[in-house]
Ligand binder design. Sequence first.
Ligand code: BT5
Length: 324
Amino acid sequence: MESTRNKLIKILAGNQDKYISGQLLSERLNISRNAVWKHMKELEKDGYVIVGKSNKGYKITNTPNKLSENTIQWGLNTQWLGRTIIHKETTASTQIIAHQAAQDNAKHGTIIIADEQTKGRGRMDRTWHSAQNKGIWLSIILRPAILPYLAPQLTLLTATVLAETIRSYTNTEPLIKWPNDILLNNKKTAGILTEMQAEQDQIQYVVIGIGVNVNQTYNELPQDVNLNATSLQIETNKDWSIKNIIQDLLVTFEKSYETYMKNGFSEVKQKWENSGFKIGENILIKTSRDQWEAAFLGIAEDGALIYKGIDKEEKRLYSGEIEW
Ligand code: BT5
């Protein structure tokens, strides 16, 4: 069930800059006029500027740029993704909250978003720097009806969604570096961390962690990564509204996910391969034990990287990295 606050936000977002009467709101939401007034006060606390006139009703004249459950809902054009939002000003990692929420039965499409993460994480317990109000630090809970071994397809799908969203903000073509990095000008601007709880033949839930560097300047990126990292700010010389990018990202994600569920992996595979970093070239593959050169041929249905070994046989790589 959609909450009253979400319904109110939808009505107000659809009537921006117009007065809408308290009577009408109370009828459409099936709550008292006093309850409508209380909701308005809550929105004001979030930074909305509301003009109230006794004979006309309410008019919203300004929506804040800061992140909150309400501001992300405001004008969000999705059906199910981000309809439940958990927002934290600061947290260790949105992944931790997402796992807890999923175990407490959080719905498919619930998102967790933070202004800052103090222990943001990458794959294999690596650190993900997540400075306050500088980027998108987001986790999405999904309950997909697919077999567990296909879950890596969701990482690849997310990478295509990120590439599409980032492309619409920059004049630079993003590339996807297998398996989970989005590059602008060959530097990492976003990363994905997919985690899953599953039985042999059934996924209970998947948490997709998305980190996007948005408004960091070069000097604001930590020294241990700044040579290989970038942000939308650095690439475009401009600050962006994190809230707007999140909304665009969620809309694109929902569409791609639905197409994937309906038509399967082929469209994702094609999009991914169109943007694949060093695809068709010789690459240096690194795993925890070894490294070797190989020709990068493409990606497989199960998300593996397909390469041609020195013995000219096609092989699959499931975990590891491509060197820059
Ligand atoms: C990733 O791991 O790229 C996955 C990043 C996922 C972050 C999101 S934010 C929301 C959610 N909550 C979390 O706690 N995590 C997810 P990996 O491929 O292992 O890359 C990690 C490496 O990227 C590090 O070892 C650094 O070298 C580099 N790195 C760390 N922070 C970075 C940043 N902000 N920008 C670019 N590179 C960074």
